[in-house]
Design a protein around this ligand. Sequence first.
Ligand code: DHB
Length: 314
Amino acid sequence: MVKTAFNIGEVEFKNRVLVASGTFGYGDELKELVDVSKLGGIITKSLSWKPRDGNPPKRIVETASGMLNSIGLANIGVEDFVEEKLPYLEKLDTVVIANIAASSVEEYCDVLALLDEKEGIDAFEINVSCPNVKEGGLSFGTDCNATAEITSKLRALTKKPLIIKLTPNVTHISEFAKAVEEAGADAVSVINTVIGMAVDIKTRKPKLSTVTGGLSGPAIKPIALAKVYEVAQTVDIPILGIGGIASTEDAVEFLLVGASAVQIGTMNYVDPTGSIKIADGLRRHAESNSLKDVGDLVGAIDANVEFSVLQSWL
Ligand code: DHB
């Protein structure tokens, strides 16, 4: 029997495949299609204090091997979440992670404090890197001090695992990873979406109402792998790898470069059961490589090359 489980702090995940925030609603929407008990965990859509309508359409555009989105943190707000969604999530036989997004440090703290008291939330993922809102979002996520400040304020409010989701839209993501590790984060999610744009050549207008948006899907996988690898050279806390994972082989790549687990995002729109297939695929990959634990793949890359641009500045 291959071991598939892993821990962040005291929380045990039954396998190393989670569904990413914003791609799986609040968990209940896909219950007819996906046996969520086979997932390592579910990460909710970002929650803010008040409900948000998000950005006007058009806010999703398909691109080559990817998707551009500018949702603008549309969500039902934390109070309705607790009333309408938490009772269902509480009963699930998988780890539930609440993702929080806010426009001020106080709002992050208020949302987390409210959720921390409730049964049914096992951990928090903090979105400091939404590319699609004016206040908060990327203005926090691209400021290393602000990211560290949010982390330490939230750390003081909860004993549950605190995971910070980092943006790739900075020069050295590992500096941010180090800063949040020092501020008390238990893990980092690497990466959030990459800023991108698409243009309609007939109308000569941007395809998204907000002009730019967040690019996700297989198009960003090589970027994400490089960022996970960079962060893995710098921190000791677990990394949740995310960015264009669409197959077992993709997930193995992320583990090899140093991710302890993976999140499946855009793939959920193509095949909502893909994450379960990948979880099983990882177990079978470990088995066929005579590994006792899927975790034996973590950081097992053989990167002793003579020349690496990354190593030259790390
Ligand atoms: C949103 C979009 C993203 O690409 C992201 O990473 C987080 C949030 C949003 O607009 O809601």
